[in-house]
Write a protein that binds this ligand. Structure first.
Ligand SMILES: C[S@@+](CC[C@H](N)C(=O)[O-])C[C@H]1O[C@@H](n2cnc3c(N)ncnc32)[C@H](O)[C@@H]1O
Length: 308
């Protein structure tokens, strides 16, 4: 069957859902969000089908292999097939995320009521470079669900620092240590902690970027961790959400090799943004290290376990 009809229909549904969702959200944000979700799904399908049509035009195919095609063309066909496959996988993953979204929203509302007693807003999740809700919920649950987890060390402060500190306060013990290369941003996080009365549950440490020695690699820019307390307890969860990408390629790679000696046995190492190729490659490299194993994919983050 031609893909033209479904493609057009998907674009129409996406456009209609965008308009209806936007208007509806004025009256009912929840209903508007649901319609916008439908629009997003339709947009994804439309983009996928349009991508196929585009590729067919470029390569001059009507689908499938062309018997008379030369080796060059066959290579292009194979590349297109591979592209289709990985796009299909991404769409499947996106669908799963959409399925999980209502549950995550409900959980976040529950945690909000549980952990934030004031009417002050918490730093927004998923915006302004902050980690997204699934990752934050994962960290909160690791704290609330395991009284043995005492210490979180974090590369890159922000919303995650405040939420993790709130989880420790709720539980009554434990501490977050967060290193940040940007003094201004570190101060913003300290201010957010004070706003929520959480200054005793998290410490933000200035850690300017410097050339560091990285086992097995050339020296590269990373945090100067001289400001970490000398008596830091064994780290139960290392959350790696910095330095930011503009620092350079594989900017977050040093976190595990440089901080490994601080990790408690069985520690979780959570690397954010593994939806990006650079961070995916870092996670793969870390998994090849002795004692490291895959634990769980959490939204955009990959959680590994370190059992030396
Ligand atoms: C990915 S962010 C860390 C986010 C943090 N873990 C959170 O969940 O909110 C990494 C670094 O980027 C810097 N940063 C964070 N938000 C920023 C913003 N809105 N603009 C510029 N830099 C920002 C901070 O220095 C931070 O340490």
């Amino acid at each position: 069957m031609s893909r033209e009809m479904p493609r057009r229909a998907a674009w129409v549904v996406a456009a209609a859902a965008a308009v209806v969702g936007a208007l509806l959200s004025l009256a009912s944000p929840e209903a508007g969000l649901a319609v916008l979700g439908l629009g997003l799904a339709a947009l994804t399908v439309a983009a996928f089908l349009s991508f196929q049509v585009l590729i067919q035009h470029v390569v001059g195919l009507q689908g499938g292999q062309r018997p008379g095609a030369g080796p060059g063309q066959q290579r292009v066909i194979a590349a297109v097939r591979q592209g289709e496959k990985s796009l299909g996988q991404r769409i499947t993953a996106l669908g799963k995320q959409l399925d999980a979204q209502p549950y995550l929203n409900a959980e976040l509302v529950r945690r909000y009521g549980d952990l934030v007693p004031t009417d002050q807003p918490m730093p927004t999740l998923g915006a302004n470079w902050a980690a997204t809700a699934p990752t934050i919920l994962f960290i909160i649950d690791r704290v609330l669900g395991d009284p043995e987890r005492e210490t979180i060390l974090e590369c890159g402060s922000g919303a995650s620092t405040v939420w993790a500190a709130a989880a420790f306060r709720k539980r009554g013990h434990g501490h977050v240590y967060s290193i940040d290369h940007d003094p201004e941003f570190a101060e913003v996080t300290r201010r957010n902690l004070r706003t929520h009365g959480l200054q005793d549950w998290a410490t933000v440490i200035d850690a300017p970027l410097t050339q560091v020695d990285v086992p097995g690699r050339d020296p590269m820019p990373w945090y100067d961790v001289a400001g970490l307390p000398a008596d830091l307890p064994g780290v139960d969860l290392l959350f790696v959400d910095g330095p930011p990408r503009p620092t350079g390629p594989q900017a977050r790679y040093p976190a595990f090799p440089v901080l490994r000696h601080l990790l408690a046995p069985g520690a979780l190492v959570v690397l954010d943004d593994t939806n990006r190729r650079d961070e995916r490659d870092i996670a793969k490299s870390w998994q090849r290290e002795p004692g490291m194993s895959f634990h769980q994919q959490v939204g955009r983050s990959t959680a590994l376990r370190y059992t030396p």
